[in-house]
Design a protein around this ligand. Structure first.
Ligand SMILES: Cc1cc2nc3c(=O)[nH]c(=O)nc-3n(C[C@H](O)[C@H](O)[C@H](O)COP(=O)(O)OP(=O)(O)OC[C@H]3O[C@@H](n4cnc5c(N)ncnc54)[C@H](O)[C@@H]3O)c2cc1C
Length: 344
């Protein structure tokens, strides 16, 4: 337990009903792993978010801002400090511009708001678990548009501006360039700014056409990605290697089905590991190490992770993984890609 301050001291500034202690983080992540946070606060509005961050900073309490938990691995020993769960979700529309709080859910909330008003630009990111803040942190992207899927589209393409809270406690409006977006990158990786809200500039389009894009993307994803509700994951583990494909390298090294404990390299898609029930971060880290080592030894490529590791970790599992057989009847992402000659 954090010895920086007590719950009573933190509750001086935070609504005590929504400040809890010793909260297991696994249910707040899409991979369903992670130990307890000393303190856990749900910020339901942007002023509450600003207030919580300000109190944590002024009290020197380590804090972590959590969206959907779709890109973070929390250690089995949990987090020593305050986890702020961002559920500030107001969305407003002004002409072709949509402004969303940073805790707004990209799909369905933000995308449905846009599409119902005939505004195009966000529909490509359908089916990806993300808050607006998380989307800017990682520059949300998808291989689109259908049917050709010739390029990766990035959320930066429709970002007009954002309100941020700087480490000095100043609220500033910044434009898209401020974020220095790249592939799986924004400046938020390297500074302590917090996104409070984002404004997207969209284009008028037919709702029917956008719904066709959404249906095609959802189908494309369903064929390649494990379903989150029954096979929890954090999406792709390793960064794309241009022209080669991290998943293809892993597949070629025969690593599908490799498992430590309840964490397995899914046969559906070699770049995704799933939690079969009681998965631990130590097993996930051990499997990541194993995959990196085998791929480096056999191909010479170093696979870099594209996920965020948060909190305290037990030592990673070592040894030889158990190999689980491929389920009968499964068509893998790589086989689909070979048929279509496309694999991201
Ligand atoms: C099944 C699955 C499929 C996926 N497919 C894709 C895909 O196709 N394309 C893609 O790009 N990604 C994909 N991802 C990854 C993930 O969806 C994105 O990275 C998403 O943007 C994470 O958002 P989040 O709200 O869950 O962020 P979290 O995981 O909660 O947080 C991620 C990081 O962002 C920081 N952060 C969160 N909010 C803010 C804020 N307001 N200000 C500053 N920093 C903040 C957090 O502190 C943390 O460091 C997938 C993940 C899963 C589980």
């Amino acid at each position: 337990m954090t010895n920086f301050l007590t719950k009573a001291e933190l509750t001086c500034g935070l609504d005590s009903d929504r400040l809890r202690t010793d909260v297991l983080l696994a249910p707040y992540t899409t991979m369903r792993i992670g130990g307890p946070a000393d303190f856990f606060y749900e910020a339901q509005t942007t002023p509450e978010l600003v207030n919580a961050i300000t109190i944590a900073r002024e009290s020197n309490v380590p804090f972590f801002l959590l969206g959907c938990g779709a890109n973070v691995v929390v250690g089995d020993r949990g987090y020593r400090g305050l986890v702020i769960h961002n559920t500030a979700r107001t969305i407003t529309v002004n002409g072709t511009r949509i402004t969303a709080d940073s805790g707004a859910i990209v799909y369905p909330d933000l995308i449905e708001t846009a599409v119902r008003r005939g505004l195009s630009g966000l529909e490509h990111y359908v089916g990806i678990p993300s808050t607006v803040g998380g989307a800017l942190w990682q520059n949300l992207h998808f291989l689109a548009p259908p049917p050709k899927r010739e390029r990766t589209m990035f959320i930066e393409e429709v970002l007009k501006c954002a309100n941020i809270l700087t480490p000095d406690g100043e609220i500033r409006r910044v434009d898209c360039n401020y974020f220095q977006f790249g592939y799986d990158y924004s400046i938020l990786h390297d500074n302590d700014d917090v996104v409070l809200s984002a404004t997207f500039e969209l284009s008028p389009a037919s709702e029917v056409a956008m719904r066709e894009v959404m249906a095609a993307n959802l189908e494309w994803r369903a064929l390649r990605h494990p379903p989150l509700d029954t096979e929890p994951s954090i999406g792709s583990i390793f960064k794309k290697i241009e022209g080669i494909g991290a998943g293809r390298l892993i597949d070629e090294c025969g690593l599908k089905g490799a498992s430590f404990g309840d964490i397995v390299v899914t046969h559906r898609h070699a770049n995704i590991m799933v939690n079969m029930g009681a998965g631990r971060a130590a097993d996930l880290q051990g499997l990541i190490d194993h995959v990196q080592n085998v791929v480096a030894a056999e191909t010479g490529y170093h696979l870099e992770t594209e996920i965020d590791f948060v909190g305290e970790f037990d030592p990673a599992t070592t040894g030889t993984p158990v190999y689980l057989p491929r389920p009968a009847g499964l068509i893998t992402a790589e086989e689909l890609a070979t048929r279509n000659q496309k694999y991201p």
